[in-house]
Design a protein around this ligand. Structure first.
Ligand SMILES: Cc1cc2nc3c(=O)[nH]c(=O)nc-3n(C[C@H](O)[C@H](O)[C@H](O)COP(=O)(O)OP(=O)(O)OC[C@H]3O[C@@H](n4cnc5c(N)ncnc54)[C@H](O)[C@@H]3O)c2cc1C
Length: 398
């Protein structure tokens, strides 16, 4: 293998490039990306950039000059898996190995496009919305997911009236369960955010610029700025003619090899891989996963990977009101929860399935959530988790 093309020069793509070099690959590495500003710390888009706490220069991560990488700024159009070529605008790039790391894009808005209606994915989105927030008073957030709630916290800090409209009965209930979701809803309500759950948006209205949001139950919410935050979809448009079924992302086996190939791997938000830990295909939109999977996928290309597969208990964080919400693992299919500790707004919860630990989530609990990662990866018994939590309490109180 002498020539590797990496599609997407962001978190997963650069992690793969770094890992290729660390594993001794001295051939040509070309990274292709359409976003000229890449790479940057995308999580800061809904935090420091939106708030105006950090600027364009501080969000950027320096290009790793020491790795001898080539950056091709172009839009990926097509891949021919048989001929081993990638087409990006007018350029055709042959490869011996290909890393697909094109991430995800905001789910397209089903509503009318008007001025001051945003989606939040790129640095440019974050900077434009920051400017618009400065002249606005009433923000309506469509979707109470992680990004929606982060934006609610930032907008309150900036002094706006904030309303969150969420279709589910509890914000983040699907990800963290009803109790944790209620805890977060209370956190926001206590700081003046209006949270409307179990409500559907029917339209966005205005003449040129947004003026209101209507709900299916007839409610009209005045708004001079709106964020449509209804999830993301894998960035797979350029793979449409590849012959791959990309409905759920790029289909991969347990080793991140793209189905039917040995010279193509995928990593990060775009990869739909068989996670041996959960024994099912998953797609994970977390920063840390993009780094870890990028590294694994690169080693897979070189045949230097763990043959058991990329078994991962994904880690996620979100910052709201100066507190860090974290989770490790996946709550999918949980049948029991255990509150490991609760102190004011601080909360630590374990999720179990059939007596085994599958996830730990915490709010404002420092490094505690991460300290459970090994137990989550080992699918320890819930009893072992209770014991560890008690020991920790004893240490704190003795
Ligand atoms: C606003 C926001 C806040 C977030 N906050 C957190 C957080 O607090 N914690 C956390 O764990 N995760 C967070 N995430 C998720 C995290 O940022 C992603 O999981 C991570 O960036 C995924 O990295 P990636 O390399 O797979 O994809 P991306 O970061 O999406 O990068 C993909 C790259 O591919 C390029 N690309 C895509 N299609 C094409 C094409 N056709 N042609 C050329 N180039 C293309 C893009 O320009 C992009 O540079 C957040 C995400 C967003 C949007």
């Amino acid at each position: 293998m002498r020539r590797v093309v990496i599609a997407g020069a962001a978190t997963a793509g650069l992690s793969a490039a770094r890992a290729l070099r660390q594993a001794g690959f001295d051939g040509r590495i070309q990274l292709v990306d359409s976003e000229p500003a890449s790479p940057y710390r995308r999580p800061e888009v809904s935090k420091g950039i939106l708030e105006g706490r950090i600027d364009e220069t501080t969000i950027r991560t320096p290009w790793p000059d020491d790795l001898g990488l080539e950056l091709v700024t172009a839009s990926l159009r097509h891949v021919d898996l048989g001929a081993r070529t990638v087409v990006a605008d007018a350029v055709t790039l042959p490869y011996d190995g290909l890393v697909v790391a094109t991430g995800s894009v905001a789910r397209p808005s089903p509503f009318q496009q008007l001025g001051n209606v945003f989606s939040l994915r790129s640095l440019d989105d974050g900077m434009r919305m920051h400017q618009a927030l400065a002249g606005a008073q009433r923000l309506v957030l469509i979707g109470g997911g992680f990004i929606g709630l982060e934006v609610a916290a930032v907008a309150r800090k900036l002094g706006l009236h904030v309303t969150v409209v969420e279709a589910a009965e509890v914000p983040l209930g699907h990800a963290l369960g009803a109790d944790f979701g209620e805890h977060l809803a209370a956190l926001h309500r206590d700081r003046g955010v209006k949270i409307l759950c179990g409500r559907m948006v029917s339209g966005i209205h205005g003449a040129g610029t947004v003026e209101s949001v209507s709900l299916a139950d007839g409610t009209h919410l005045p708004a001079d700025i709106v964020l449509v935050s209804i999830g993301s979809v894998p960035a797979v448009g350029w793979l449409a003619s590849s012959g791959l079924d990309t409905a759920r992302g790029v289909p991969c086996d347990r080793t991140c090899a793209v189905r039917g190939t040995t010279d193509v791997v995928a990593a990060g938000d775009v990869a739909h891989w068989y996670n041996p830990l959960y024994q099912r295909h998953v797609r994970v939109e977390h920063w840390t996963n993009a780094i870890e999977q990028g590294t694994y996928a690169a080693r897979r290309l070189l045949g230097k990977h763990d043959p058991e597969g990329f078994a991962s208990a994904p880690y996620f964080w979100s910052d709201q009101y100066g507190m860090r919400l974290q989770s490790v693992g996946s709550t999918t299919g949980y049948d029991e929860t255990e509150i490991l500790s609760r102190n004011g707004e601080k909360l630590l919860v374990a999720y179990g399935r059939q007596g085994k630990l599958i996830c730990v989530a915490g709010l404002d609990t420092g490094t505690t959530v991460m300290s459970y990662r090994r137990l989550v990866s080992e699918q320890a018994t819930m009893d072992a988790v209770r014991t560890k939590a008690r020991e920790k309490e004893d240490t704190v109180h003795s």
